[in-house]
Design a protein. Structure first.
Length: 382
């Protein structure tokens, strides 16, 4: 227990522990009820005739899709089917109707690393006998570790985005990869496979008029669309709230003993603090991480010095996170809450200005995009 204004209170981490358990179970076991078309699952991979028909009709599937979720990594622009599907979706949907969600594969480990570091630091703080040098140092190191992983992943991501722009600027269908060509058009059981590249080439000619026209669209519309989403704020606000949730759990653990001791005034103040941190302060620190990571994305030379740059970025963010908690104890509640909202507004204004800058610097000449036809039949009997 610990004394707070002369009242003995017993602290525990039930909220943090139970919430972490529920979060983990939900993360790994929850299944979405939304219908998703995933080509490798929905297209027959064994019957070559059915596969050919499905491949030739992929434009119809994309045309009737409400949204397009793109899980991006550095290999995306090298894979022929990935690029053709994205180009076909953009072509078949006017700008006002497009619902394109680009989610880099690095997003999940980035959010989870910060969340895990924050969760461990809060649980450690709750179980600490007192706020001494050892507990504060441990809290600092755990936060620093989480921010270091996030900063390293994000710096790499922004460098990869620059590389992607260069690759798309020189995009040609000829230099993309196709799995069937990589395996010599021979399936695992020894049977021959149809060449996806031939099917795609025919589809491209039907949908876009020519292969050259499609390549121009990839170099302009597809390139600009990807850069707008990958070069700016990567995290939806809902993801930022999810990443900040361990902090809210920690505040609940601090509020509960005060409520049990009928310290309602103290519990109310902590509730306001917790909501301020969850809704404004920590999402702003996440956004600040993105801005820093993009600004210092260039690697240091020699390469062994580059981790030092990441360490410095994560150090600044850790100090901002820990310093905010100490300011919370030093400033009156209205001043801390108001200041947090103002700082958050300033950071988000910087993010919006960055997004606007991306749109201005990456404007491309508009192409008249053809309309994708309905399904066609490939390999059917006459």
């Amino acid at each position: 227990g610990t004394a707070d204004s002369g009242v003995l209170m017993v602290f525990s981490a039930w909220s943090s522990l139970c919430a972490a358990f529920v979060f983990s179970v939900t993360l790994f076991l929850w299944r979405s009820h939304r219908l998703v078309f995933l080509d490798q699952v929905c297209i027959n991979q064994t019957d070559q005739r059915l596969k050919g028909q499905a491949l030739a009709s992929i434009g119809a599937f994309l045309k009737h899709s409400d949204s397009f979720v793109l899980v991006w990594d550095t290999t995306y622009v090298h894979r022929l089917w990935c690029v053709i599907e994205l180009g076909a979706y953009l072509t078949s949907h006017p700008s006002s109707e497009r619902q394109l969600y680009v989610r880099p594969s690095a997003l999940a480990p980035c959010v989870l690393s910060v969340s895990l570091g924050m969760w461990i630091s809060f649980v450690t703080l709750i179980f600490a006998e007192s706020l001494n040098v050892l507990s504060v140092s441990l809290l600092f190191l755990l936060r620093w570790m989480g921010f270091y992983i996030a900063a390293a992943v994000l710096r790499t991501h922004y460098r990869d985005t620059e590389r992607m722009l260069e690759q798309l600027q020189a995009f040609t269908v000829e230099h993309t990869q196709c799995k069937c060509c990589d395996v010599g058009h021979t399936a695992a059981d020894g049977t021959s496979m149809i060449c996806d590249r031939d099917v795609v080439t025919e589809c491209v000619k039907r949908w876009f008029g020519s292969v050259q026209k499609f390549e121009e669209i990839v170099r302009s519309d597809v390139r600009a669309t990807l850069y707008r989403q990958l070069g700016g704020l990567l995290f939806p606000y809902q993801w930022l709230l999810m990443g900040s949730s361990p902090l809210l759990w920690g505040f609940i653990d601090a509020i509960a003993p005060r409520a049990r001791a009928s310290r309602w005034d103290s519990a109310a103040v902590l509730t306001v603090y917790g909501l301020t941190w969850w809704l404004f302060t920590l999402p702003s620190i996440f956004a600040l991480t993105l801005l820093f990571a993009q600004h210092v994305r260039k690697p240091l030379q020699p390469m062994w010095l580059d981790p030092i740059k990441t360490l410095m970025v994560s150090l600044v963010l850790t100090i901002a996170s820990i310093g905010g908690q100490f300011l919370q104890n030093l400033l009156p509640a209205p001043m801390f809450v108001g200041g947090s909202v103002l700082v958050a507004g300033g950071i988000w204004l910087m993010v919006l200005m960055q997004r606007r800058r991306l749109e201005l610097t990456q404007q491309q000449s508009h192409h008249s995009l053809p309309v994708l036809p309905g399904p066609v039949v490939y390999g059917a009997d006459a």
